[in-house]
Design a protein around this ligand. Sequence first.
Ligand code: 6R9
Length: 640
Amino acid sequence: MSYPYQIKSLEAYQQAYKQSIESPENFWADVASHFHWRRKWDKTLEWNFTEPKVEWFKNAKLNITENCLDRHLKNLANRPAIIWEPNDPEEHHRVLTYKDLHYKVCQFANVLKNNGVKKGDRVCIYMGMIPELAIAVLACARIGAIHSVIFGGFSAQSIADRLQDAQAEYIVTCDGAYRGQKDIPLKNVIDDALIGCRFVKRVIVCTRTRTPVSMLKGRDVWWEDEVKKVETLGMFDCPAEEMDAEDPLFILYTSGSTGKPKGVVHACGGYMVYTNYTFVNVFQYQPGDIHFCTADIGWITGHSYIVYGPLSAGATTLMFEGVPTYPDAGRLWDIVDKFRVNILYTAPTAIRSLMGFGLGPLQGKKLTSLKTLGTVGEPINEEAWHWFDEHVGKGKCPIVDTWWQTETGGILISNMAGITPSKPSWATLPLPGVQPILVDDRGEEITEAVDGEFKGNLCIKAPWPAIIRTTYGDHERCKKNYFSTYPELYFTGDGALKDEQGNYRITGRVDDVLNVSGHRIGTAEVENAINMHAGVVESAVVGYPHDIKGQGIYAFVIYNGGHGDDNLQRQNILQTVTRIIGPIAKPDKIQFVSGLPKTRSGKIMRRILRKIAENEMENIGDTSTLLDPGVVEEIKNGKL
Ligand code: 6R9
C-alpha cells in the first residue's frame, strides 16, 4: 500500500493547503481517486450551511469494508490488521491478519443477516475492547446496517435513551468486560435497558468473562452459536452491500449543551476518505508501522483512528482491552515494548495521571520503537507535553496535538509528525481542506490581535469530507446546534487563540459542555440526573480545573430530603447519577446550598458559580442584578 497523497515536507503542506482552499473539489477528488469505488461520483461536492446540506462524492457507490479489507487481500493478506492485547498481561494476545479479519467480518455479517438485520437497520453495539467489537462494527458496515456503539461506561438508562432515539432493534453485546480490576456485567446492563425497550428483536451475546447472564428465549442468542449456524449453512463469504457515498455509516451519541445527547450521523464516502487521509498525514504512517491508539471504540477517536482510518490504509492497529494503570502504571510502556509500537496516540488526562506515578514505572522500558506521539480529547498543558516528549518520546518523537470532535469525524487542526512544526499546547495549523475562522459573539471575524494573539469562537467556513451530516431523526437540531449560532458557519463550541503565524490553540468549550478526562459531558445532562434524586429541589453544575481530569464536575444542590448526614446524601446523589448516566458523569464535589444565584427572570447565573468553583472569589463581577445577592455570600462561605 502506498499513499500518493501523503505530504512529505513543509512546502508540500503549504502547497496542498493552498490547493485545497482554491479548489476543494479537485483536491478531494484527487485523494478519493485512490480508493475503491463501485461507481465514481457525478459531482465532488454540493453544499450549503443554511439547511444545512452537505453531499460529498455525489452518486458514488462503495462499501467501506471493501476498502478496509478486500482491497488489501491481494498484497497484505498476511499482514496483521489487528493486534489485541488483553486486560490481563498473563493472558495470550491475539493477532488477526487482514485475511483473518476479512473472514471473521464476513462470517459475522452473515450472522447479522441470518438474524434479520437489513441495510439501513440500526444496530447498537455495547461491548468491551475485544476484537469482536471491531468485527461487529465492520460487519454492520459490510451489510449497510448503521452501527451505534455505546461506551461500556454508560448506564442502562443512557442505553435505553439511545436505543429509543435510534429505534435500534438489534444489539450486539458481551456477557461482561474486563477493565483493570473491574469486571463490568454488560449483558445485565443491557437487560435493565431493555425493560423499557420492547421493540428490540435480537440481542447477540459474545462470550468474554463468563459472568452469569440471563438469556431470554426468542430474543437472546450467543455469538458463538450463531457463527456455527452460518457455517453449517455454508455461508462463508458475504458480498459487500453497495452503499451510496451519502448513506449513513454510523450514529454516535455525544453530549451537547442541552439535556439530551445527540446522535451524530456520518456518511460512508466522505468519512472514509477523510479518516484515511488524516491518519496517513498527521501520524505520517509508513507501511509496516504499528499504530496504538489507547481510546475506546465507544468514542469517535476509536472509530476513526483504531478502526476505519488505520484499516482503510492497510495499517496494523493495536487494540488494548485494559487501562493504563493496570496491573501497574507501566502498562502502556510494556505494550509499546512488547509489540514494538511506532505510533502512540493517547489523551492528556492519561499522561497526567501517569505523571503522578513518577518515573519509576518507566524504568527498564526501552520505548525505542516509538517514532510518533499524539494527543487528543482536550487541551494539553505544557507540563504534560514536556513530560511526554522527554520521558516517553526521549526528545526524538514529534508530538501531534490533534484537535477535532465527534461531529468533525476526523482531525481538523494539528501539526503533522515531523512535517509541520509543533508548539507545546498548540494544535497548530489546519489540515488541508480545513478553513477555520475566529469570530466574536456577534459573529464578526476577529481581525485585531492583542499581544500578537487573536481570540474568539472557533468556526469553520466550508465543509470537509467527514463533517456531520445530521443529528439522527432531527435535522433541525443539527441546524440549531451547529449552523445557526453564526450564519453560514459551522460552530465548534470551542474558544481558540490564533498567533500571527496562523497557529491555533484551543482553549476549551465556550458552551455548557464539560470535558472530564477527555469525555464530553453536558452540564444540563448531569443536572437532570441529580434532579431526579428524591429530595433534590434544584441543582446547577459547572466545571472547575482538575489536575488530572482537566475539568472536574462541581454540583450546587438545593436539598430538602431531611434524614441522614450530608455525606450519605452525597453518596445517594452519586448513586442516582451513576444510574441515570453512568459513573463517568459523577460529580467530584457536591455542595449543598439553600438557594442558587438567579436573575430576576429566573435564569441561573452559572458565570458566578463557575467563578466560585474555580476559587476566583474576587472576580465574581456584578451581582446586583440577582434576585437575591445574599445567596452568593452563603455559597462562597460553604465552598468545598
Ligand atoms: C476527538 C474528540 C470534542 C471536544 C472539542 C474540544 C476538545 C478535542 C482537543 C480538544 C484541545 C485538542 N478537544 N481535542 N481541545 N485540544 N487537541 O475528543 O471528540 O469527544 O467529541 O470532544 O474535545 O473541546 O470540542 P469529542
